[in-house]
Design a protein around this ligand. Structure first.
Ligand code: 1DF
Ligand code: MN
Length: 348
């Protein structure tokens, strides 16, 4: 029997799938060549994908810019019914705020147009410029209300800054008011922390992404963002960037820091750190197609919070889809994993 959404009983929705307009790639290359940036993590990441002659880099650069022919063929070959598209890391966040705002608007218009042509195959999250918080909030609202995008995406730090600073509150306020999720996707470690990662090439997806993004999320929680925005919904890739494994220790140590009044930057919270991670967060499996880890996160964060993601084109491995099909799940849990949770959270 042919394998289709009808025969298997659910769509496979992949929830962390990257794209890049040619203009973004060109601007990354210009930035690299001019050296007018202060971000060694960016240089190592896009120096490789943008400038290396290796087959992996050449192939990736082609796939990430192709929105229809090759992407749809790859999805068909792997059995992916729908991709949730997002502008690849670090998105527009490397550019000055005015340029970043213009680039985000243009990227959001372009992705919305592709989605209009293939409404059953694609949905998308919007890009925005965090370093222009008010304009970012307006662009999130425009993207959701006028373009039909399903939420917003940020690639962790923006030129070394983290979103726990209250000047970024308009971004959280917009997501909460629109009731759409904010996907916190990795970026390379910020310039302040990247140095010891570099000489062993540990700065990108192998480990540095999760160190950077896990740190960012803990800064948000500990600073009280979710007490100010209790209905805010956040999505993390890579099974939560390691945080689900750390719940017990984070709660234990955080309580001690609060009790002993150890830091100006840590005030009492309304809930335990693990409560926010269980109640305000959702998790995708991008790049983590390994049953023991997936089972751990499903058991500890809830089957209703874990969603399938491939991380196309960075981890386009059709065999991983087959491995996910074999997860030891009840039919209704399998449905939640591949379709139900994403359909509900992103309204797909
Ligand atoms: C890589 C991985 C690059 C992921 C990404 O965006 C990315 C990589 C530049 O392999 O270098 O999104 N990922 O999410 O795992
Ligand atoms: Mn990714």
């Amino acid at each position: 029997m042919q394998d289709t959404a009808q025969t298997r009983g659910y769509r496979r929705i992949a929830t962390e799938e990257a794209w890049a307009p040619a203009e973004l790639v060109q601007r990354y290359l210009k930035l690299l060549e001019s050296g007018t940036h202060n971000d060694p993590g960016f240089a190592n990441l896009w120096g490789f994908f943008g400038q290396s002659s290796s087959p992996r880099a050449r192939d990736l650069l082609h796939r990430i810019q192709d929105m229809e022919q090759r992407r749809l063929a790859d999805m068909d070959a792997a059995g992916i019914d729908m991709q949730l598209l997002m502008l690849t890391a670090p998105g527009v966040q490397m550019f000055d705020a005015a340029t970043a705002c213009d680039m985000a608007i243009s990227a959001n218009d372009q992705v919305a147009e592709v989605i209009r042509r293939h409404p059953t195959r694609f949905a998308g999250l919007c890009a925005f410029a965090p370093h222009a918080p008010e304009a970012a909030a307006r662009e999130i609202e425009r993207s959701v209300n006028r373009l039909g995008l399903k939420g917003a995406l940020v690639n962790s730090h923006t030129q070394g800054e983290y979103l726990d600073d209250q000047k970024y509150d308009p971004i959280f306020a917009a997501c909460e008011a629109l009731d759409v999720p904010l996907y916190i996707h990795p970026n390379s470690p910020s310039p302040q922390m990247v140095q010891p990662f570099l000489s062993r090439c540990l700065d990108a997806a192998i480990y540095g992404f999760q160190a950077e993004t896990g740190l960012h999320v803990l800064r948000l929680i500990v600073s009280g963002v979710f007490d100010r925005f209790p209905k805010l919904k956040v999505v993390l890739g890579h099974l939560g960037e390691g945080l689900p494994f750390w719940l017990y220790r984070i709660d234990f140590m955080h309580a001690g820091i609060v009790r002993s009044n150890r830091s100006e930057g840590v005030k009492p919270l309304l809930r335990k750190p693990s409560d926010y991670l269980r109640e305000n967060f959702w998790y995708t499996t991008s790049g983590m197609a390994w049953e023991p880890s997936i089972r751990f996160v499903q058991q500890n964060m809830g089957h209703d919070r874990v969603m399938y993601a491939m991380d196309y084109p960075y981890q386009y491995v059709p065999e991983e889809v087959r491995a996910m099909d074999k997860l030891d799940l009840r039919p209704e849990q399998k449905h939640q994993f591949f379709e139900g949770n994403a359909a509900k959270l992103f309204r797909l």
